[in-house]
Design a protein around this ligand. Sequence first.
Ligand code: GTP
Ligand code: MG
Length: 136
Amino acid sequence: SQRTLVLLKPDAVRRGLVGEIIGRIERKAGWTIGALELRTLQRATLEQHYAEHVGKPFYEPLVEFMSSGPSVAMVVEGERVIEGLRALAGPTDPIAAAPGSIRGDFGTIVRENLIHASDSAESAEREIKIFFPELG
Ligand code: GTP
Ligand code: MG
């Protein structure tokens, strides 16, 4: 079994899509929510989380957006949950994401693409330490 770090981004919270998105995650057989908190992400936290993107043209507006209001931070556990949540989310660009995926159903803007999910086991462990250090 695996665990992954999920963020429901400020656009998802502002638009009232938290229940819809968590519902889709909860309905997957055998997946469980291991931790969940509503919080406004601090710049320092986002600098760690998005370290790989520092210096890219979209980085500053991304950090501005991600700190613009509360997000829901979660740890989700279960069978192949890392790959599974990336599939549930869909590709980064919501217009390229197929209907049926979270980004494909609800998104249009690349930056405001509703959800983050760790992209590998290594990223998941690194990111869980950032958002839920007590789960180390
Ligand atoms: P995350 O799960 O949020 O990490 O998304 P991802 O893994 O699909 O994308 P990536 O890690 O490459 O980029 C992180 C976030 O930066 C994306 O989710 C987008 O919100 C934003 N982003 C990435 N690429 C672009 C881009 O080319 N333009 C803009 N405006 N935003 C981007
Ligand atoms: Mg990413």
